[in-house]
Design a protein around this ligand. Sequence first.
Ligand SMILES: *Cc1c(COP(=O)(O)O)cnc(C)c1O
Length: 222
Amino acid sequence: MAGNVSDNLKAVQSDIAKACRKAGRAEGTVTLVAVSKTFGAEDIRPALEAGQRVFGENRVQEAHKKWPKLREDYSGIELHLIGPLQTNKVSEALALFDVIETLDREKLARAFAKEREKGADLPRLFIQVNTGEEEQKAGILPEEADGFIKLCRDELRLPVEGLMCIPPVDEEPALHFALLRKIAERNGLSALSMGMSADYETGIELGATHVRVGSAIFGART
Ligand SMILES: *Cc1c(COP(=O)(O)O)cnc(C)c1O
């Protein structure tokens, strides 16, 4: 069960504004992606009522259960996939999501290209970089990022908008955010999805254009 979602949302929005001022950035340069995974429509509706329109989900199946109905009831929703995507779920994901933040391997990039050949409109894409080079985590390794960006953008002509990362839990996130920003800058990519409930202010300080905030809005997940 979520806490007081609209109060939490207001507090997060105000912290984002504060972090923007501190970093000398205009407030509108950061998009809040409210991560509603594991929470039901009854917990999401208060956020929609409060005006929030950008949401993140980590599972195709779960999103499929919740969002078609919510889209009927509220206009202007922008849904981001922030969890791993299997290639056999690509066409379903294209139908559901406006942004896919987890383009993390060549096989998936080629699956997107194939869908477009078949006539599909592709969503905006972020490439996930495994900045901590963690065995268990998805994403392109930092030293392979430039080549992968080239493949996606130049060869496959995918609509790559930016980069995303999830830093290791036990490390200083700032180092990972700075690395992600460096890779984006040298490749001319403008969007950076970095920062979650515990570290979104740090993300903003280091140039995040998107922060993915779940528990600070909806409460602890069970
Ligand atoms: C769950 C999740 C988040 C949100 O995490 P919180 O700590 O609850 O803010 C952000 N990004 C990704 C990729 C996630 O899976």
